[in-house]
Design a protein around this ligand. Structure first.
Ligand code: AMP
Length: 325
């Protein structure tokens, strides 16, 4: 147990109403950690009011179930707000979070900005869900968990760690995952939801493999236009998944998907092996983790500039290092 955990538990005990938030465009960790914490708190403190208040959702993760209907603005004033898995205030899905009486930030991203009255940030954790599992473990004589809560938390641990593949995965990650598995979540169903694809999404994957490019020093990239999304009948979320279709090319230590948003701006998803790309993302209005970051660019010229920077970064990496694949 660490001092942050104790402060957070004390704050949770102090409040009758707790509202839980996460980042927009939620992934498995954002949804898993918020729903997992909410489930633990509802089981442990049935007398408290616990709400999940967010303004967007994910089709892909719809199997984890709904969040709560919107609360009236005045409901926030006497609540403790807990924001999970969100590095910066501008990425919080529900902007009303700031109306809460006090705010806790609990996150595993590189800390680029402080918000909130209390913070527990551990950038070496493989997921925020892992932190929720650690929080549960620290107070397991006091907190309650069940199969449903463990399903949310385990799903986030699985997805954010790349199926327990990324370098942040530690012995502690696996022990905490084991603690969740003790609750017997239905792993067959979880993995079916995570892996099965629509027919048209597989067709799009084949198209991506045909269209992707590789730069001189090995940056793989793909530009998904609004027209391509329309042609394949893709949601923004399905189009954005294209980044992972480029994740296993030898020599391509950096791979980047540019996805044109409906307003013309371009979402950039950067992924890498060995090379740190978060600083590159920060240069282009973004941030994230060493090997998984996001950014936004506002023109094709800016996208090209980002690609050139990525190529230069990879060139430098390859000159200074050996043993990469
Ligand atoms: P994405 O490609 O959007 O899944 O982002 C990869 C990682 O970078 C996630 O952990 C995001 O939370 C983080 N990230 C994405 N966009 C931004 C941004 N604009 N600022 C800070 N972090 C970001």
């Amino acid at each position: 147990m660490n001092e942050h955990m104790q402060i957070i538990l004390n704050k949770i005990k102090e409040y009758k109403k707790i509202i839980i938030f996460r980042h927009f465009r939620p992934d498995g960790d954002a949804i898993g950690s918020t729903k997992g914490l909410a489930a633990i708190l509802r089981l442990t403190y049935p007398e408290k009011e616990i709400y999940l208040q967010n303004s967007d959702f994910s089709d892909y993760l719809a199997f984890l179930g709904k969040e709560d209907p919107p609360l009236a603005d005045e409901e926030y004033q006497d609540a403790l707000g807990i924001v999970l898995d969100t590095a910066t205030h501008d990425r919080i899905s529900n902007k009303k979070y700031s109306k809460c009486k006090e705010i806790i930030k609990l996150d595993h991203h590189i800390p680029v900005e402080s918000y909130g009255d209390y913070e527990w940030v551990e950038e070496n954790r493989s997921s925020t869900c892992e932190m929720i599992a650690a929080f549960y473990e620290a107070f397991k004589d006091e907190l309650k968990i069940d199969k449903e809560a463990a399903t949310y938390i385990y799903t986030g641990m699985v997805t954010d760690s790349g199926r327990f593949r990324f370098r942040e995965v530690s012995g502690e990650t696996m022990r905490l995952a084991g603690l969740m598995l003790d609750q017997k979540p239905d792993v067959d169903t979880i993995y079916a939801h995570l892996y099965l694809k629509e027919f048209h999404e597989l067709k799009f994957e084949a198209y991506v493999h045909k269209k992707m490019k590789i730069s001189q020093n090995g940056v793989a990239s793909l530009f998904v236009t609004k027209g391509m999304k329309k042609k394949f009948g893709l949601s923004n979320e399905a189009a954005s998944a294209s980044v992972s279709y480029m994740d296993s090319i030898k020599n391509a230590l950096i791979w980047i998907a540019f996805i044109q948003n409906d307003d013309g701006s371009i979402r950039v998803r950067l992924r890498s092996r060995f090379v740190t790309v978060s600083e590159l993302a920060e240069k282009y209005h973004g941030g994230g983790h060493a090997c998984a970051s996001g950014a936004t660019v506002y023109s094709k010229a800016e996208a090209k500039a980002l690609l050139n920077d990525a190529d230069a970064l990879l060139k430098e990496y390859k000159e200074k290092n050996e043993g990469w694949l």
